[in-house]
Design a protein around this ligand. Structure first.
Ligand code: HEM
Length: 403
């Protein structure tokens, strides 16, 4: 897969525990840099033992080789639930059957058609706080934006949208090992299951109804699996976008010269979004399980070993992205980042996410101009099952005005 590492490096004892509370926003990338240069394929001893890949080429190659690196045992370490979350935690051909059912709703063309409505939503959100001269750009903006968008794209009622956010917190607690979280997970899955049964009785014009009517071929398309699919889509469809949009807005607050560049030339925004996606991946790793003995970077991985694909570490590999910690909006290969994964499981929502992020920056920069920090932002280490990273609070002040 990648060239052999020096034996001394390969035997390094560097160990990474994604749940280690001493990992913070400020030391996270130093830790990855040490691992990547000292022990790019490292062994962790907890949770029954696992590997972490930190080099771009290794992470990408593993993501592309789904026959050797299976998702079917779960993408969390340790597993969050004994049942699988469809798509994310399935292998082909079952995974492909599910993905096919969703393909017509989640593609670039459909995402582009949503752009005008997303622009309206973004403007309405800015309207809601612009006269105050201050805001928390996460609570007032980054959080409601993807929730409103998926609410409309999925056809969720307002009460279901609020519930989706609550579900996300329950799930994150569950992924972090909170004791009563399994109950919360069960509660929310039963709710989706009930809704799916209702749609079978009384079809509506929404995503859930179309899933109850879909043909999953020889694979199980029961309400239980549809419930878990709706959860995967609704959780994946908002939490990641909140975290990364917060990171982007914080980056621009801290780098006013780059923000000026975008205000002066908004045509740079799509390229800036790719570069900021590379720098601030909201999901830092996902698990696979080796289906056979294999070798990565000189380390022997045995069949059955869990392997974490380090998207966040790979995105800052200097071999792939020179001067990786620098935001360079003209970086020619920024779009090669692994923030949306790669291969058969590459993010199905990436097109809609990109439309949201580009539109959000375009409107915020046009309407809030040179906003500045009005307090300490909260930036996470690794939370939510040891792989979420981003901004949770972003207090700013501004003098609103046109570009
Ligand atoms: C910036 C926002 C987003 C990021 C960073 C992100 C990240 C990812 C990543 C890394 C994967 C690959 C998982 C793997 O290889 O195991 C993935 C898959 C997925 N994402 Fe996203 N995602 C985002 C937005 C969305 C949105 C908006 C939706 C839905 C509307 C969505 C739904 C999904 C689903 C269903 C999968 C599973 C795909 C499969 O296994 O075939 N995501 N996402």
């Amino acid at each position: 897969m990648s060239e052999q590492v020096h034996p001394e490096r390969a035997s390094s004892t560097l160990e990474f525990d994604p749940h280690d509370p001493s990992i913070t926003a400020s030391n996270l990338h130093e830790i990855y840099d040490d691992l990547r240069s000292g022990c790019p394929v490292s062994r962790g001893s907890k949770y029954g033992g696992y590997w972490l890949l930190t080099r771009y080429d290794d992470v990408r190659a593993a993501a592309l080789d789904a026959d050797t690196f299976s998702s079917a045992h779960g993408v969390y370490l340790p597993a969050v639930s004994e049942e699988r979350f469809p798509l994310l935690e399935m292998d082909d051909p079952e995974h492909r059957a599910y993905r096919k059912v969703l393909a017509s709703r989640f593609n670039n063309m459909v995402a582009k058609r949503w752009e005008p409505r997303i622009r309206e939503i973004v403007n309405e959100l800015v309207d809601s706080f612009v006269d105050r001269g201050e805001a928390d750009l996460v609570a007032d903006f980054a959080e409601p934006l993807p929730l409103t968008v998926i609410g409309e794209v999925f056809g969720l009622s307002p009460e279901n949208r609020a519930q989706v956010r609550k579900d996300a917190f329950d799930f994150l607690a569950c992924a972090s090992g909170s004791p009563d979280a399994a109950e919360a997970l069960e509660r929310m899955l039963s709710r989706w299951e009930r809704l799916a049964a209702e749609r079978r009785e009384e079809p509506a014009d929404d995503l859930l109804t179309s899933l109850t009517q879909a043909n999953f071929g020889e694979w199980d398309g029961s309400d239980r699996l549809i419930a878990r699919l709706m959860f995967t889509l609704s959780f994946g469809g908002h939490d990641t976008t909140i975290l990364v949009l917060g990171s982007m807005l914080l980056h621009l607050a801290r780098n006013p010269e780059q923000r000026r560049q975008l205000i002066d030339d908004p045509s740079l925004i799509p390229a800036a979004v790719e570069e900021l996606l590379r720098l601030y991946a909201p999901l830092h790793n996902f698990r696979r399980d080796a289906t056979r003995d294999t070798t990565v970077g000189g380390r022997e991985i045995q069949a059955g070993d869990p392997v974490l694909l380090g998207w966040g570490a790979a995105n800052r590999d200097p071999e792939k992205f020179p001067d990786p910690a620098k935001a360079d909006f003209t970086r020619p290969n920024a779009r090669d980042h692994l923030t949306f994964g790669a291969g058969t499981h590459a993010c199905i929502g990436q097109f809609i996410a990109r439309v949201e992020l580009v539109t959000a920056l375009d409107v915020v920069l046009a309407r809030l101009g040179e906003y500045e920090l009005a307090g300490e932002p909260t930036v996470t280490g690794l939370t939510g099952g040891g792989h979420h990273h981003g901004v949770e609070h972003l207090p700013v002040r501004f003098t609103a005005g046109p570009r």
